[in-house]
Design a protein around this ligand. Structure first.
Ligand code: ADP
Ligand code: MG
Length: 271
């Protein structure tokens, strides 16, 4: 856990993710409209950083910019995004695909957007392993079952051959986490992964992410609009409002003495 690390240890380690002056604009009515404005933050090894802010503040655009998943002809991404020290905005699409496969993985609010309904979940996870880890079919199958087990899918071996629609919402999100972790990324970006789930399942998914993070030592960038979730999961917190970062710091400090009026508003809404 990063909370165990000293400031000195942190200072010597390179950031897993370093976002420097990121500005993302969309082509709207013939002009470029910035929706994320000159934001900067780091995610250190083993750390969980939350981005919190109301709907429309630019949280998803930030994560999609980092993953380079925005349509290139309708968006402009400026600044630097260093993943393990390398500026990924300068990479070819082919090299970027390798980064997505090996270094950074992302999960979304609605797992069905990333799962293909016509293939079994076993096949979809196996393909990640075969493509990015060069495993044989048999190796990939065994590793897939191990991953499904790891995200606590009961009876993983038998469920390998089932289709996404045969899983509940909470179980589908577990499948997505298994798929994201299959490539053993250093960084997991989770964009409101629990928002569509009911409260009990939400808690289980958060616990799972925390457990896996401790086991795997990966870093997490966790996006949410919910300060309760932030308190639960984040070492550090970044507060976004209408495209700007208005405040960032240790989560405990943000909760104790958040300065910005918007941060205080968010905190006032925590039960
Ligand atoms: P959040 O995830 O914080 O709810 P988003 O990052 O999805 O917010 O959106 C930030 C702003 O960018 C919103 O005003 C949204 O309407 C706008 N936006 C998002 N995607 C596009 C797009 N492809 N084209 C134009 N505007 C967009
Ligand atoms: Mg969003």
């Amino acid at each position: 856990m990063s909370t165990m690390m000293t400031a000195a240890a942190h200072a010597e380690m390179p950031a897993v993710l370093s976002v420097e002056g990121l500005t993302t604009s969309f082509l709207v009515d013939g002009g470029w409209r910035p929706v994320v404005r000159n934001i900067s933050f780091d995610v250190m090894p083993g750390e969980t950083v939350a981005i919190v802010g109301e709907s429309g503040s630019g949280k998803s655009v930030t994560s999609l910019s980092i993953m380079r998943l925005l349509a290139r002809d309708q968006s402009r991404v400026e600044g630097r995004v260093l993943v393990n020290g390398r500026d990924i905005l300068a990479l070819s699409e082919r090299d970027m695909q390798a980064v997505r496969g090996n270094e950074v993985a992302m999960i979304f609010q609605e797992p069905m957007t990333s799962l293909n309904p016509i293939f079994t979940i076993g096949r979809q996870i196996s393909e990640v392993l075969r493509r990015h880890k060069g495993m044989s079919k048999a190796q990939a199958r065994a590793e897939t079952i191990r991953m499904l087990d790891k995200v606590r899918i009961p009876n993983a071996g038998a469920r390998f051959d089932e289709y996404p629609h045969q899983f509940s919402g909470g179980m589908r999100q577990r499948v997505m986490i298994a798929m994201a972790l299959a490539s053993r990324p250093n960084l997991l970006i989770a964009d409101e992964p629990t928002t569509a789930l009911d409260v009990t399942i939400q808690g289980q998914i958060l616990d799972l992410i925390k457990e896996l993070q401790e086991e795997e030592g990966m870093s997490v960038l966790f996006i949410t609009h919910d300060m309760g979730v932030v308190a639960e999961i984040a070492d550090r917190t970044i507060v976004m409002l209408r495209g700007d970062v208005v405040e960032q710091g240790q989560t405990a400090d943000i909760f104790r003495r958040g300065q910005h009026s918007y941060t205080r508003e968010l905190l006032a809404a925590v039960p």
